[in-house]
Design a protein around this ligand. Sequence first.
Ligand SMILES: [Zn+2]
Length: 326
Amino acid sequence: MVRPALLTGLTLCLLPVYSWATPPRVVADIAPLHSIVAQVMSGVGHPDLLVQPGASPHSYSLRPSEAEALAQADVVFWISEELSPWLESPLENLASSAHKVEMLELSATINHPFREGATFESHSHADESNHEEHEEHEEHEEHNDDHDDHHHGEHDPHAWLDPMNGKAWAGHIAQILSRQDPSNAETYQKNAQAFQASLDKLTVSLSERAEHLKGIRFIVFHDAYQYFERRFGLPAAGAIALSDASDPSPARIREIQELVSKLGVTCAFTEPQYNPGLVNTIFERSEVNTVSVMDPLGVDIEIGADHYAELLNRLMASLEQCRPQS
Ligand SMILES: [Zn+2]
């Protein structure tokens, strides 16, 4: 006959220590950031993702399961209100007690201001929560004046497309999670360091690939890629839609069409989140190749720890479909 006291004591001894601590519930807004968080949490737990693949983070409605994840969250990592103005209210109302981290606000984040114009010359970005403003050029100029006063609308939010931001964010995520969950601090730190080293390697290999592409002239669908363009020295000639992916005006479309012959543009990229018909229509009477897709969110890439590196690899692969005119 087994004595209950002995059995209990034995069972307790056999249980590993970490099973007593529940990992924090962590939520990330978009798949690339979710991937970075998943890297840091590897072996401890899995973060939840808010914006599902194929949807645009610029405008989104939370499903009940995603709202529930927010309500249960201990920590929420999100890019910024410039990217997803709709998320502010659910963060306040559903995740009021969670620790919320806006990645674009971190001092370590490399920020680029919104670019101007369809050809990056004539107008800047406006407040994304107010679509009317996009019609008004004057409003944009005004917006540009208050550089010192940090308010939303100032920075291009697509900052995850610079792997150096991914690297900085991994370190910061590890810090936050270590404070939240000290029992796993060592794992978070080690994971972050390993991921940072892998991003350094990836950046070197992407830079080598970029060397073969210098001088390509391409147009992107929405102005989402400047972090990638600048990191690898491959600037886009223009963007059909603004950084918030709002519909381009007829004037902007005309500007883009004129640009094609002026700058020798050879490629225009469609995006899986948006209608490719528009891109084809704009360039149907030109020599521009519109068959390639460029995707800032990696719709077709499996969600999880490896998503981020694969996303950056595929962006370069998209540009590799566009060769300079010979
Ligand atoms: Zn975007």
